[in-house]
Design a protein around this ligand. Structure first.
Ligand SMILES: [Zn+2]
Ligand SMILES: [Zn+2]
Length: 179
């Protein structure tokens, strides 16, 4: 304990002996580092809260809502052609939509949720079927080289048997092919 105190005093003492400009430089470097650390913790906290969702209920806890801000990436190929999602497409308050980034899906809205499980009662708004309709994308009945095209969906590298009924989650890398 005494040793620790002595070391502490020595550091303080060394600091006091430094010229003023050095003191100011050291103090401002420490200030910038602390500000940056504080900011990172703050943004990390808000972003995890947003993706997990804000859960609110009425007083009787019979009617609840979950409000989330989540994102996913969607690569879409239709009849062998890569389709880029339009930017700033879709209703930003009620539906899946895009902003400025290429092929990036956004969702920031509320859904009625189960008071016990805290999960949305109806996940239809977050299916890939909804993605396509929210963004105004429709597959043609057939492709020039294939009269009977099939839809295949993979998420984070894994094929999904639910196909376009897949309910996407924050951070998903989605690949949809209609060939
Ligand atoms: Zn948005
Ligand atoms: Zn967003």
């Amino acid at each position: 304990m005494a040793k620790k105190k002595a070391l502490h005093r020595r550091i303080i003492h060394r600091f006091h002996k430094r010229p003023l400009w050095q003191k100011i430089t050291i103090a401002s470097v420490i200030g910038v580092v602390l500000a940056f650390l504080g900011y990172s913790v703050f943004t990390y906290k808000t972003s995890t809260q947003e993706t997990e969702g804000f859960f609110t209920c009425n007083k009787e806890v019979t009617v609840c809502e979950i409000s989330q801000h989540i994102h996913a990436n969607l690569d879409l190929t239709v009849c062998g052609k890569e389709i880029k999602l339009e930017k700033e497409e879709g209703n930003t308050t009620t539906a899946q939509h895009t902003h400025k980034e290429e092929n990036r899906l956004h969702w920031h809205s509320r859904l009625p949720a189960d008071p016990k499980t805290r999960l949305p009662l109806d996940t239809t708004p977050l299916t890939l079927v909804s993605t396509l309709s929210d963004l105004g994308i429709a597959f043609p009945p057939n492709c020039p080289t294939n009269r009977n095209p099939k839809t295949s969906v993979s998420v984070n590298g894994l094929p999904q048997s639910s196909g376009l009924q897949y309910v996407w989650k924050d951070g998903d890398q989605i690949v949809v092919e209609y060939n």
